[in-house]
Design a protein around this ligand. Structure first.
Ligand code: GLP
Length: 232
């Protein structure tokens, strides 16, 4: 089954659409389980006034990745507190993220894998790495991969303006278990990755291409991100 691809004239329309489909999801199932993402792509969503007014009272969330670092200020949990938890009626105890400073990352990843599997993600939101990564599943990640410690490529460290070599991420198989997946990509820096996501053969060289095997995946693009597609 092919993913549904929607190309928006403006970023504003894209984030408004994303907020609307999330709103429909929460109306249909107030106790939805959401898979969440960080990065620049997600900021216009988290700062959208309509998004902030959605009812997260019964929602449970799982972030898909986290840096492995003792430095709390570099942890993605800070981002989530600042842009999401403190701005919505989300209950802190229903928010989950991998522990950035754990002494036993392997065990933390196994526990997280179980927790995500037990909760059954209804709606997984994904960004897209410039090299086609999803979560921190860098090129070469097996489509059967689960939550684990990963090495970040130099290009990802550069793109994220960070010097952290290791991270933890839910696996590609973990992502694929979500009932619905919505990937967002904006800007010309993502155009090459969008092309490989949609137009190259599904391969571990471009982890996002695996979304073409999911039965309910939607890809939301702005014009710049879609600019290299042969169909655009
Ligand atoms: C990062 C993160 C992803 C994010 C993606 C795009 O490395 N692991 O969660 O979706 O790459 O990031 P950005 O939106 O900042 O371009």
């Amino acid at each position: 089954m092919k993913p549904l691809v929607i190309i928006f004239q403006s970023k504003k329309e894209l984030y408004s659409h994303l907020t609307n489909i999330l709103s429909e999801q929460l109306k249909k199932k107030p106790a939805s389980v959401l898979g969440l993402s960080t990065g620049k792509t997600m900021l216009p969503l988290y700062s959208n006034p309509k998004f902030r007014k959605l009812n997260f009272a019964k929602v449970k969330t799982f972030n898909h990745d986290e840096y492995l670092t003792p430095a709390k200020n570099l942890s993605l949990s800070i981002y989530m507190k600042k842009y999401f938890i403190s701005k919505t009626n989300m209950k802190k105890e229903n928010f989950h993220i991998l522990p950035h400073d754990t002494a036993n990352p392997k065990k933390a990843c196994q526990d997280y894998e179980k927790a995500v599997a037990n909760s059954e993600v209804d709606f997984q939101i994904l960004g897209l790495g410039r090299n086609g990564h999803i979560g921190f599943n860098e090129p070469g990640s097996a489509f059967s991969s689960k939550t684990r410690v990963v090495k970040l490529t130099d290009s990802t460290q550069k793109a994220n303006k960070i010097k952290i070599k290791k991270a933890m991420t839910i696996g590609i198989a973990t992502i694929l278990r979500a009932k619905r997946i919505v990937l967002i990509a904006t800007g010309s820096q993502k155009a090459k990755a969008v092309k490989c996501l949609l137009e190259s053969p599904a391969s571990t060289k471009c982890p996002a291409s695996v979304l073409r095997t999911h039965s309910n995946a939607t890809i939301l693009l702005d014009k710049k991100a879609a600019s290299r597609l042969s169909s655009a």
